[in-house]
Design a protein around this ligand. Structure first.
Ligand SMILES: Nc1ncnc2c1ncn2[C@@H]1O[C@H](COP(=O)(O)OP(=O)(O)OP(=O)(O)O)[C@@H](O)[C@H]1O
Length: 258
């Protein structure tokens, strides 16, 4: 597999504080992996480093390579990376229809601004994505009038429309009810099986798909474990990561923690 990401000795600051310390990480294109760790340990900052929203401190030995390149035009990079979080890209997104919100993914914009040129090919692709994510019924509905689960589905479509090589999902099941969580899992599972790489940050262990065979654990800005899910997803590992007693149960390839 070709590399998606290669980080060597990466330190990242937010404000005046260094929040990621000596990160060494390689991820292949098409890989499926989950990142776990307590609140504030640096998971989102790590994703923002991958999307070049946060920059590593310039230090000897530091190396960042994304899709084999050390320098990127941000607009170009955003087309290759589909980022989905629990928040909408901007407040204008709420007044945008499902179809236009998906189209806006071509421009990494929060809505379809009037100056943007939409080609017939883009519309064809957006229709294809609407179908792929089972969201044809949301085509003409404004995002602000959708449920959280429907919004998340459209945001995944928006992330996929530019034929992203990797989906980066930051707590995508936040605020979703049980049925919407299940729908999201099924959608992600389908995408994973179709070959889309998925990197998932989550606090919900049940979000970790059977297709994800690699788990990364973070604490206080460091990667403290990186390896096969079967080895790392254990009650004792999770108890020590979250400093609380965790029980773990496995069923049909999914894990459930409480
Ligand atoms: N915009 C910001 N300005 C300054 N510090 C920030 C900013 N965003 C995050 N931080 C700090 O960076 C550290 C890592 O935060 P980050 O959001 O990456 O953690 P996280 O693991 O994603 O947390 P959570 O699980 O709560 O979402 C935290 O100490 C946080 O307070």
């Amino acid at each position: 597999m070709l590399p998606f990401l290669h980080l060597e000795h990466v330190n990242v600051a937010r404000g005046d504080t260094v929040v990621l310390h000596d990160i060494n990480l390689s991820i292949q294109r098409g890989e499926h992996l989950a990142i776990l760790g307590p609140n504030g340990c640096g998971k989102s900052t790590l994703i923002k480093t991958m999307t070049c929203e946060c920059y590593p401190l310039v230090q000897p030995g530091t190396r960042v390579s994304i899709f084999g390149r050390e320098r990127w035009d941000l607009t170009e990079l955003k087309k290759k990376l589909g980022v989905v979080s629990a928040e909408l890209p901007g407040k204008q997104t709420r007044r945008t229809t499902g179809f236009d919100a998906i189209l806006s993914g071509f421009f990494s914009s929060s809505t379809l601004w009037p100056n943007l040129t939409i080609t017939p090919e883009m519309k064809d692709r957006a229709n294809e994505v609407l179908e792929q994510i089972d969201a044809l019924s949301l085509r003409n509905k404004e995002v602000g009038e959708m449920s959280a689960g429907q919004q998340r589905r459209i945001m995944i479509g928006r992330a996929l429309v530019g034929s992203a090589d990797m989906l980066l999902l930051d707590e995508p099941s936040n605020a979703l009810d049980l049925s919407a969580q299940r729908d999201l899992r099924l959608l992600l599972q389908r995408l994973a099986c179709q070959g889309t790489g998925i990197l998932l940050i989550t606090h919900l262990i049940a979000d970790i798909l059977p297709e994800m065979n690699r788990v990364l654990m973070m604490r206080e800005g460091r990667i403290v474990a990186d390896g096969p899910k079967e080895q790392l997803l254990t009650a004792s590992r999770l108890s020590s990561l979250f400093e609380t007693e965790v029980q773990l149960h496995q069923r049909d390839g999914f894990y459930h923690a409480w």
